[in-house]
Design a protein around this ligand. Sequence first.
Ligand code: AMP
Length: 280
Amino acid sequence: MLIFESIVSLQQYLKKKRENTSKIGFVPTMGALHEGHLALLKQAKQENDLVVCSIYVNPTQFDNQEDLTHYPRTLAADTEKLKYIQCDVLFAPTNIEMYPTPSLVAFSFGHLDKVMEGQYRAGHFSGMATVVAKFFNIVQPDTAYFGQKDLQQYLIVDQLIKSLSFPIQLVRHPIVREADGLAMSSRNRRLSPAQRAKAPKLYEALQLAADWLPKAAIVEVKRRTQEFLLQAEGPKVEYFEIAHGHTLEALTTYQPNTPTALCIAAFLGDVRLIDNLLLH
Ligand code: AMP
């Protein structure tokens, strides 16, 4: 595996490679790699001739300095995992490489970036879209892989690709979970053993909500879900929304044929977890 820190040297390498490579796949990450990330990379390996993974903890998408400081950074271990699955290229730039001058651009995605994560993490999606657009320009992949774990992010990247006419095929990978249902996340390693034991309640709550949906009004489903987590002394809910799976507009009634997203964010101590279920 080749490792690049510099944009220019990565671009020179990819330019040469493109002469005899038909398809480049790209998987952007913030590192602290787990089986969820690796599943995206393995799919990319199967569907492309060359796979580029980026590891970059993007400061412009963090609204919370603490979260940025505590974000796990495990580049040496990540590099070993990437070599093991035969990733072709790792791009791990520094902040000065990515932002030689402070970023002044801002993105807006209408309703999509105002709700849920957008409501609670000011500027998060603008920062995320900025770095993803930069990566798309740098790597110029044919396909890009994003996880359903960050459903709102996936929908916004889809919009970004359409709005800026990036010639990139976007692939959504399903959520990879631990055996007990907890969605894999780099933040899980910050959970204490007691918090880790409670974390799967989040997925349990989503499954219960999905069971209740056809039989109860949406307000009632939301109330019962919150009550379940409270009673179970599970993660403390920041939001729980039941929304259209493409537009994220809040749904007032459940219809089995409408793509429906159940999205939740909750805290265990100061660790913030998100999860979702998509019903079609
Ligand atoms: P991150 O490093 O958290 O920014 O994640 C990088 C990519 O991996 C994003 O597209 C995430 O949605 C995806 N991802 C992270 N965790 C999971 C998971 N448990 N299952 C599927 N995709 C994931």
